[in-house]
Design a protein around this ligand. Structure first.
Ligand SMILES: [Zn+2]
Ligand SMILES: [Zn+2]
Ligand SMILES: [Zn+2]
Ligand SMILES: [Zn+2]
Length: 473
């Protein structure tokens, strides 16, 4: 994934901003005070101070609107001049709309592109409101992508980096129906993990695509946990990799990667796998490039074979079998795993294998401000807490090197912060709850109630109330 193609990946927020830029340019074309901004990056640039010399990123205060010298006000004056005398303006905007599902009769939400024609006042009010957080949106997306990109090119030995995502469902297509474009309803879930690690023999960076095909239709955190577990089994048991630290990169979809259950999985990762797993998130609504590329390859190959009547794909299993036979790498006897250090491995996962009754994980507590976090890692020895960070950093210090005593990104990133993810306290039935503390973050840990969940039992065992969180390095 090149920086360029990443920048071209437009999220809804970016798309809406881009369409506003187009609208302003159209309205002011040929005017003396025309704004003449090319794109959303230039629009954002007008609201911040110049980058410090030699720096790749804007100052944090400017991005977060804490700088007295810049801000949306910098842009306002120029736009006002450019649009002077205009009463109305037309622009396109993606908006959520409710509609009635004709099959189920239920009300649903969908994104619709709307053409709006309103007064300049309404347009500007909407623009200024969106621009307020837009610079940090762009900054976070670029920062996170840069961290990911640097890490996969300099990955330390015994580390594994996963970039993961669900793909749109592949609908199995019968060849006889291909012409008339009839689609069967037997849908396959595809989950991709692109894994990066060092080949122990040659020290080269290995790229392995792990594709999970399942008839399980839930795209949720339980599915993710299952696929990750299978991936780790494959890497440690089949490829005999030693893993000391595993980094997961994904988008910030709450139901799949970025909420209390996935965070509980992070906290428990050493128990689950024998090594710590961290979750890092691409900027909200950005990311997942390598996975999209891989899914494109598989989907194209299967669809072409079906249309050319070279393959009969009637169900999810057949979809998996065909893709596996055709696209696995290494794929013939001459090929070895180290031929070009690129592997592609397929897994078929029957729905029945995915466990959703995981009481120790689903009862976790939501961390306040989850939306703004971009990194979560386990606290060693304490499965009731995780450490979080607003942005990721993989500088030498943050990779665990002793040669640097502090993080080299302190200008942009705060230190890790310990957060409680323990199960919310069920009301004590014995009335002898003595665990209450004035400190909100250490409250709610009594196990004297009727609840005998793993969390509470472990809380007693580790007596973590008095224990500071030790981060894994
Ligand atoms: Zn965006
Ligand atoms: Zn500034
Ligand atoms: Zn090798
Ligand atoms: Zn750092």
């Amino acid at each position: 994934m090149k920086n360029n193609s990443f920048n071209n990946c437009l999220c809804e927020y970016c798309t809406n901003m881009e369409m506003k830029v187009t609208a302003i340019n159209k309205e002011t074309q040929g005017r003396r005070n025309a704004l003449g901004i090319l794109n959303r990056y230039e629009l954002s640039k007008k609201t911040v101070c110049l980058k410090p010399e030699g720096e790749r990123f804007y100052r944090r205060d400017c991005i977060n609107r804490n700088c007295s010298k810049c801000g949306v006000k910098k842009l306002q004056e120029e736009i006002r001049k450019a649009l002077r005398g205009k009463a109305q303006i037309e622009w396109n905007r993606w908006e959520s709309q409710t509609y009635k599902d004709t099959k189920t009769g239920k009300k649903k939400l969908r994104k619709m592109l709307r053409l709006k024609r309103e007064s300049v006042y309404v347009f500007l009010r909407e623009l200024y409101e969106e621009v307020e957080t837009f610079s940090s949106h762009l900054h976070n997306a670029m920062w996170q992508y840069q961290q990911f990109n640097t890490l996969i090119h300099e990955i330390p030995m015994n580390w594994v980096v996963f970039c993961m995502d669900f793909s749109e469902n592949y609908t199995c297509l019968y060849q006889d129906e291909a012409q008339s474009a009839h689609w069967s309803h037997d849908q396959a879930t595809s989950f991709f993990i692109v894994a990066y690690y060092r080949c122990p023999e040659h020290n080269e960076i290995m790229h392995e695509s792990l594709m999970f095909v399942s008839d399980d239709k839930h795209h949720d955190s339980h599915g993710v946990h299952h696929y990750v577990t299978e991936a780790n089994k494959h890497l440690t048991e089949k490829l005999h990799l030693t893993i000391e630290r595993e980094i997961h990169f994904s988008d910030g979809a709450a139901s799949q990667f970025k909420s209390k259950t996935p965070f509980a999985d992070v906290a428990n990762s050493s128990t689950d796998y024998g090594f710590p797993c961290e979750k890092h998130f691409f900027g909200s609504r950005h990311g997942k490039g390598p996975c999209d590329g891989e899914f494109g390859v598989v989907k194209r190959t299967v669809s072409q074979a079906v249309v050319a009547r070279q393959a009969l794909i009637r169900n999810v299993k057949e979809f998996h079998d065909f893709a596996k036979a055709k696209l696995s790498k290494p794929n013939d006897d001459k090929d070895t795993e180290c031929s070009d250090h690129k592997l592609r491995t397929f897994f078929y996962v029957p729905q029945t294998e995915v466990t959703r009754q995981r009481s120790d994980r689903i009862n976790a507590k939501q961390i306040p401000g989850t939306r703004k976090l971009h990194a979560v890692k386990p606290c060693s020895e304490d499965i009731l807490r995780v450490a979080t960070r607003a942005l990721s950093c993989f500088c030498i210090h943050c990779r665990g090197s002793q040669t640097e005593s502090t993080c080299q990104s302190v200008d942009h990133v705060d230190d890790w912060e310990s957060q409680e993810i323990q199960k919310r306290q069920a009301k004590s039935t014995k009335g002898t709850d003595n665990s209450r503390s004035k400190n909100k973050t250490t409250r709610a840990k009594s196990s004297k109630g009727t609840d005998n969940s793993l969390y509470n039992r472990v809380a007693l065992l580790t007596n973590h109330l008095s224990k500071p969180c030790k981060f894994t390095k």
